[in-house]
Design a protein around this ligand. Structure first.
Ligand code: SF4
Length: 281
């Protein structure tokens, strides 16, 4: 969607899928839904269909067009592993990531069981690539902690957690096998509060397991007011990004030309028409 992102832990976003369906309490104030629904019915706008999940095959080759290496949040406006996205399309997204190893990709999902199953099978090559980081969202004990176990079981080379919005104390956690942990509070209207002790417990668990710790924000209704320092400092740790040199433009163009455009196999038809969704408590 954008060559530049204001999200603290990435540089760019890439959305070969748009729209999603709510699945757990962390989705209650989904920023992507709020943004997308503002444009429902606006003809010609990328979010003309609001937050209804849809494939965007025209976006598949976008990372090849970028002139510099980037750290890329994959599907910031959806969830790649939601049920309605076909396996073949997920594999097409993975194929683009594998062909562009000068970028570093961050794939984040709440559908951890499907991701784990695919990383073991059809996505095995992508799981083994160090420039593709695979992560799960965690917001509470009930829904979030089982996702950590799924991620740990997967053969991903780099595993990460986005613990945002952190909704309750998660206690002392076992982060063995986890490379990177992002923590943040909810922001915007109706933001649910996050306590300092909860964040400090996660920082402690990171130290115990040698996982990198990234503190994104305190959040709140006006997030700028509360900033992103913890005990007087910022925490911006993250795994090493790709150091592979980007090929010259001509070579990248050839790569596009040579690759059987995965765009041809897919259309942009809506995958599902969303009805007003109940808020998950
Ligand atoms: S899974 Fe992510 S993108 Fe999908 S509704 Fe929940 S918060 Fe939004």
């Amino acid at each position: 969607m954008s060559e530049h992102s204001t999200i603290e832990w990435t540089e760019a976003t890439w959305n070969p899928v748009r729209g999603c369906q709510k699945i757990s309490p962390g989705c209650k104030h989904c920023y992507a839904e709020t943004f997308a629904e503002r444009f429902r019915g606006v003809r010609g706008h990328p979010y003309e269909h609001g937050f209804d999940p849809r494939l965007v095959p025209d976006k598949l080759l976008e990372p090849l067009s970028w002139a510099s290496p980037k750290t890329v949040f994959v599907n910031s406006m959806s969830d790649l592993f939601q049920d309605v996205v076909p396996d073949g399309y997920i594999m097409a997204v993975a194929e683009v990531m594998l062909r562009t190893p000068w970028h570093t990709y961050q794939v984040l999902t709440k559908r951890s069981t499907r991701m784990e199953a695919m990383l073991r099978t059809r996505l095995r090559s992508a799981a083994a690539a160090s420039h593709i980081w695979w992560g799960v969202s965690v917001e509470d004990r009930k829904y979030g902690l089982p996702r950590i176990d799924d991620l740990r079981k997967s053969p991903a080379q780099i595993r990460f957690l986005s613990i945002e919005p952190l909704l309750e104390d998660l206690g002392d956690l076992d982060f063995r096998g986890i490379d990177w942990v992002i923590v943040g509070g909810e922001s915007g209207a109706g933001a649910r509060p996050m306590k300092k002790e909860w964040v400090k417990a996660i920082r402690r668990s990171c130290r115990n397991a040698h996982a990198r710790f990234f503190f994104k924000q305190w959040g709140g209704i006006q997030k700028r007011r509360y900033g992103r320092t913890l005990d007087g400092r910022t925490y911006d740790e993250m795994p090493a990004q790709s150091t592979i040199q980007i090929p010259p433009r001509q070579e990248r163009l050839k790569l596009i030309w040579r690759s059987e455009p995965p765009t041809a196999d897919w259309s942009e038809a809506p995958l599902v028409q969303l009805k007003p969704q109940p808020v998950v408590a």
